[in-house]
Design a protein around this ligand. Structure first.
Ligand SMILES: C[S@@+](CC[C@H](N)C(=O)[O-])C[C@H]1O[C@@H](n2cnc3c(N)ncnc32)[C@H](O)[C@@H]1O
Length: 238
Protein backbone atom coordinates (compact mmCIF):
# COMPACT_ATOMS: atom_id res chain seq x y z
CA UNK A 1 0.00 0.00 0.00
CA UNK A 2 1.23 3.49 -0.79
CA UNK A 3 1.73 5.62 2.28
CA UNK A 4 0.74 9.13 1.40
CA UNK A 5 -1.47 12.00 2.24
CA UNK A 6 -3.55 13.64 -0.42
CA UNK A 7 -4.18 16.68 1.68
CA UNK A 8 -0.59 17.86 1.42
CA UNK A 9 -0.31 18.16 5.19
CA UNK A 10 2.74 15.97 5.64
CA UNK A 11 6.06 17.62 6.51
CA UNK A 12 8.29 16.13 3.84
CA UNK A 13 11.16 18.58 3.72
CA UNK A 14 13.36 18.86 6.76
CA UNK A 15 13.58 22.23 8.52
CA UNK A 16 17.37 22.43 8.05
CA UNK A 17 17.01 22.10 4.28
CA UNK A 18 14.52 24.92 4.31
CA UNK A 19 16.93 27.35 5.98
CA UNK A 20 17.20 30.47 3.82
CA UNK A 21 19.99 30.15 1.27
CA UNK A 22 19.88 26.38 0.81
CA UNK A 23 19.16 25.21 -2.72
CA UNK A 24 15.80 23.71 -1.68
CA UNK A 25 14.70 26.88 0.10
CA UNK A 26 15.60 28.89 -3.00
CA UNK A 27 13.75 26.45 -5.27
CA UNK A 28 10.60 26.69 -3.16
CA UNK A 29 10.88 30.48 -3.00
CA UNK A 30 11.31 30.97 -6.72
CA UNK A 31 8.69 28.43 -7.79
CA UNK A 32 6.17 29.72 -5.24
CA UNK A 33 6.51 33.14 -6.78
CA UNK A 34 6.54 32.00 -10.38
CA UNK A 35 4.00 29.15 -10.16
CA UNK A 36 1.13 31.15 -11.69
CA UNK A 37 3.19 32.51 -14.55
CA UNK A 38 4.94 29.18 -15.16
CA UNK A 39 1.64 27.29 -15.24
CA UNK A 40 0.12 29.76 -17.69
CA UNK A 41 2.95 29.47 -20.21
CA UNK A 42 4.09 25.87 -19.68
CA UNK A 43 3.54 23.47 -22.58
CA UNK A 44 4.01 19.70 -22.57
CA UNK A 45 7.30 19.69 -24.46
CA UNK A 46 8.64 16.31 -25.54
CA UNK A 47 5.35 14.66 -24.54
CA UNK A 48 5.26 12.13 -27.42
CA UNK A 49 8.75 10.84 -26.66
CA UNK A 50 8.03 10.75 -22.92
CA UNK A 51 4.91 8.65 -23.47
CA UNK A 52 6.64 6.34 -25.91
CA UNK A 53 9.45 5.70 -23.40
CA UNK A 54 7.07 5.24 -20.47
CA UNK A 55 5.11 2.53 -22.33
CA UNK A 56 2.25 2.89 -19.86
CA UNK A 57 -0.07 -0.09 -19.49
CA UNK A 58 -3.64 -0.08 -18.29
CA UNK A 59 -3.85 -0.24 -14.50
CA UNK A 60 -0.30 1.08 -13.93
CA UNK A 61 0.51 3.22 -10.91
CA UNK A 62 2.36 6.24 -12.26
CA UNK A 63 4.39 8.81 -10.31
CA UNK A 64 5.32 12.23 -11.72
CA UNK A 65 8.09 13.68 -9.55
CA UNK A 66 8.34 17.49 -9.46
CA UNK A 67 4.98 17.61 -11.18
CA UNK A 68 4.65 21.43 -11.06
CA UNK A 69 1.23 22.37 -12.46
CA UNK A 70 0.67 18.69 -13.27
CA UNK A 71 0.58 18.98 -17.06
CA UNK A 72 2.13 15.57 -17.75
CA UNK A 73 0.38 13.85 -14.83
CA UNK A 74 -3.02 15.17 -15.88
CA UNK A 75 -2.44 14.22 -19.50
CA UNK A 76 -1.60 10.65 -18.43
CA UNK A 77 -4.58 10.51 -16.04
CA UNK A 78 -6.91 11.61 -18.83
CA UNK A 79 -5.46 9.24 -21.44
CA UNK A 80 -5.31 6.20 -19.12
CA UNK A 81 -8.41 6.43 -16.88
CA UNK A 82 -7.61 3.02 -15.37
CA UNK A 83 -4.20 4.14 -14.16
CA UNK A 84 -3.68 5.88 -10.87
CA UNK A 85 -1.44 8.88 -11.35
CA UNK A 86 0.40 10.61 -8.51
CA UNK A 87 2.06 14.00 -8.80
CA UNK A 88 4.61 14.94 -6.13
CA UNK A 89 6.00 18.43 -5.63
CA UNK A 90 7.71 20.44 -2.93
CA UNK A 91 5.91 23.65 -3.85
CA UNK A 92 2.37 23.87 -2.49
CA UNK A 93 1.35 26.66 -4.89
CA UNK A 94 1.94 24.32 -7.81
CA UNK A 95 -0.07 21.60 -6.08
CA UNK A 96 -3.03 23.97 -5.66
CA UNK A 97 -2.93 24.69 -9.40
CA UNK A 98 -2.62 20.99 -10.31
CA UNK A 99 -5.53 20.03 -8.02
CA UNK A 100 -7.68 22.80 -9.46
CA UNK A 101 -6.94 21.55 -12.98
CA UNK A 102 -7.71 17.97 -11.94
CA UNK A 103 -11.11 19.10 -10.65
CA UNK A 104 -11.75 20.99 -13.87
CA UNK A 105 -11.07 17.90 -15.98
CA UNK A 106 -13.14 15.73 -13.59
CA UNK A 107 -10.11 13.60 -12.94
CA UNK A 108 -10.64 11.02 -10.22
CA UNK A 109 -7.40 9.12 -10.87
CA UNK A 110 -4.93 12.01 -10.42
CA UNK A 111 -3.61 12.76 -6.93
CA UNK A 112 -1.24 15.55 -5.98
CA UNK A 113 0.90 15.39 -2.85
CA UNK A 114 3.46 17.58 -1.11
CA UNK A 115 6.83 15.86 -0.79
CA UNK A 116 10.55 15.87 -1.38
CA UNK A 117 11.91 14.02 -4.41
CA UNK A 118 15.08 13.15 -2.53
CA UNK A 119 13.26 11.50 0.34
CA UNK A 120 9.88 10.32 -0.86
CA UNK A 121 7.28 9.11 1.60
CA UNK A 122 6.10 6.30 -0.68
CA UNK A 123 6.65 2.66 0.10
CA UNK A 124 9.30 0.77 -1.86
CA UNK A 125 8.13 -0.88 -5.12
CA UNK A 126 4.96 1.22 -5.12
CA UNK A 127 4.93 2.35 -8.76
CA UNK A 128 5.09 0.85 -12.26
CA UNK A 129 6.26 4.07 -13.92
CA UNK A 130 8.14 7.10 -12.58
CA UNK A 131 8.63 10.33 -14.52
CA UNK A 132 10.95 13.32 -13.97
CA UNK A 133 10.39 16.23 -16.39
CA UNK A 134 12.86 19.09 -15.89
CA UNK A 135 13.15 18.14 -12.23
CA UNK A 136 16.37 16.16 -11.81
CA UNK A 137 18.64 19.08 -12.62
CA UNK A 138 17.11 21.14 -9.80
CA UNK A 139 17.91 18.64 -7.09
CA UNK A 140 21.02 19.06 -4.95
CA UNK A 141 21.55 15.30 -4.71
CA UNK A 142 20.89 13.90 -8.18
CA UNK A 143 22.42 10.52 -7.33
CA UNK A 144 20.20 10.17 -4.23
CA UNK A 145 17.19 11.14 -6.34
CA UNK A 146 17.91 8.39 -8.87
CA UNK A 147 18.27 5.92 -5.96
CA UNK A 148 14.82 7.03 -4.77
CA UNK A 149 13.38 6.47 -8.27
CA UNK A 150 14.81 2.94 -8.20
CA UNK A 151 13.46 2.28 -4.70
CA UNK A 152 9.85 3.27 -5.42
CA UNK A 153 9.74 1.34 -8.73
CA UNK A 154 8.39 -2.19 -8.87
CA UNK A 155 10.73 -4.78 -10.41
CA UNK A 156 10.29 -4.42 -14.18
CA UNK A 157 9.09 -0.82 -13.70
CA UNK A 158 10.31 2.05 -15.87
CA UNK A 159 11.76 5.46 -14.94
CA UNK A 160 11.94 8.24 -17.52
CA UNK A 161 13.99 11.42 -17.15
CA UNK A 162 13.67 14.41 -19.46
CA UNK A 163 15.75 17.58 -19.28
CA UNK A 164 16.39 20.54 -21.55
CA UNK A 165 19.90 20.48 -22.99
CA UNK A 166 20.40 24.24 -22.80
CA UNK A 167 22.77 24.09 -25.77
CA UNK A 168 22.52 27.87 -25.78
CA UNK A 169 23.81 28.06 -22.20
CA UNK A 170 26.00 31.13 -22.19
CA UNK A 171 28.69 32.19 -19.79
CA UNK A 172 27.29 32.33 -16.24
CA UNK A 173 28.00 36.02 -15.67
CA UNK A 174 26.43 36.98 -18.99
CA UNK A 175 23.44 34.81 -18.15
CA UNK A 176 22.87 36.81 -14.96
CA UNK A 177 22.97 40.10 -16.87
CA UNK A 178 20.06 38.80 -18.97
CA UNK A 179 18.40 37.36 -15.86
CA UNK A 180 18.46 40.79 -14.18
CA UNK A 181 17.00 42.47 -17.26
CA UNK A 182 14.37 39.74 -17.58
CA UNK A 183 13.28 40.02 -13.95
CA UNK A 184 13.13 43.82 -14.16
CA UNK A 185 10.99 43.75 -17.32
CA UNK A 186 8.69 40.98 -16.10
CA UNK A 187 8.40 42.76 -12.75
CA UNK A 188 6.72 45.69 -14.49
CA UNK A 189 3.73 43.45 -15.18
CA UNK A 190 3.93 40.74 -12.54
CA UNK A 191 4.21 41.64 -8.85
CA UNK A 192 5.41 38.16 -7.79
CA UNK A 193 8.58 38.53 -9.82
CA UNK A 194 9.65 41.87 -8.37
CA UNK A 195 12.70 41.80 -6.14
CA UNK A 196 13.95 38.37 -7.22
CA UNK A 197 17.71 38.52 -7.35
CA UNK A 198 20.63 36.52 -8.52
CA UNK A 199 20.90 34.40 -5.39
CA UNK A 200 17.31 33.22 -5.87
CA UNK A 201 18.14 31.36 -9.04
CA UNK A 202 21.04 29.11 -9.83
CA UNK A 203 20.94 27.81 -13.37
CA UNK A 204 22.49 24.38 -13.88
CA UNK A 205 22.77 22.20 -16.90
CA UNK A 206 22.98 18.46 -17.31
CA UNK A 207 24.79 16.91 -20.27
CA UNK A 208 24.39 13.50 -21.85
CA UNK A 209 27.65 12.33 -20.28
CA UNK A 210 26.67 13.70 -16.82
CA UNK A 211 23.43 11.73 -16.91
CA UNK A 212 25.14 8.60 -18.28
CA UNK A 213 27.66 8.75 -15.44
CA UNK A 214 24.93 9.20 -12.83
CA UNK A 215 23.06 6.16 -14.18
CA UNK A 216 26.23 4.12 -14.46
CA UNK A 217 26.74 4.67 -10.72
CA UNK A 218 23.08 3.92 -9.90
CA UNK A 219 21.30 0.62 -9.18
CA UNK A 220 19.82 0.62 -12.70
CA UNK A 221 21.65 -1.80 -14.96
CA UNK A 222 19.26 -1.51 -17.91
CA UNK A 223 19.14 2.08 -19.14
CA UNK A 224 19.52 4.22 -22.25
CA UNK A 225 20.49 7.90 -22.44
CA UNK A 226 19.99 9.87 -25.65
CA UNK A 227 19.35 13.36 -26.99
CA UNK A 228 16.64 14.41 -29.39
CA UNK A 229 16.55 18.02 -30.60
CA UNK A 230 16.94 20.29 -27.60
CA UNK A 231 16.16 17.55 -25.08
CA UNK A 232 18.00 14.93 -23.10
CA UNK A 233 16.18 11.69 -22.20
CA UNK A 234 16.93 8.62 -20.14
CA UNK A 235 14.80 5.52 -19.87
CA UNK A 236 15.67 2.99 -17.15
CA UNK A 237 14.15 -0.37 -16.30
CA UNK A 238 14.40 -1.86 -12.79
C1 LIG B 1 11.00 23.06 -13.92
S1 LIG B 1 9.67 22.58 -12.91
C2 LIG B 1 9.00 21.23 -13.87
C3 LIG B 1 7.55 20.98 -13.55
C4 LIG B 1 6.90 19.89 -14.40
N1 LIG B 1 7.58 18.63 -14.27
C5 LIG B 1 6.85 20.32 -15.83
O1 LIG B 1 7.67 19.81 -16.62
O2 LIG B 1 6.00 21.16 -16.16
C6 LIG B 1 10.48 21.71 -11.60
C7 LIG B 1 9.56 21.29 -10.50
O3 LIG B 1 10.29 20.50 -9.57
C8 LIG B 1 9.86 20.83 -8.27
N2 LIG B 1 10.90 20.45 -7.31
C9 LIG B 1 12.14 20.98 -7.19
N3 LIG B 1 12.81 20.37 -6.19
C10 LIG B 1 11.97 19.43 -5.68
C11 LIG B 1 12.09 18.48 -4.63
N4 LIG B 1 13.20 18.36 -3.90
N5 LIG B 1 11.03 17.68 -4.38
C12 LIG B 1 9.89 17.79 -5.11
N6 LIG B 1 9.73 18.67 -6.10
C13 LIG B 1 10.75 19.49 -6.39
C14 LIG B 1 9.61 22.32 -8.34
O4 LIG B 1 8.77 22.78 -7.31
C15 LIG B 1 8.95 22.44 -9.72
O5 LIG B 1 7.58 22.26 -9.66
Amino acid sequence: MIEETETGTCAPVSASELKPGTRKARTINIYSRLAGLYSFFRVKDGLDTVLELMAIEDGNRVLDVGTGPGLYALHIARSWPNCSVHGLDMCSRFLEIARRRALKQNSTNAHFTLGDAENMHYASSAFDRVLYCSTLVLLPNMKGTIDEAYRVLKPGGIAVFKELLHKWFIHKELFYVFWKLYVKTLGLFCRDVRGLNRTDYEGRKLTESDLSLLLQESHFSDYKVFTKGERLYAVCRK
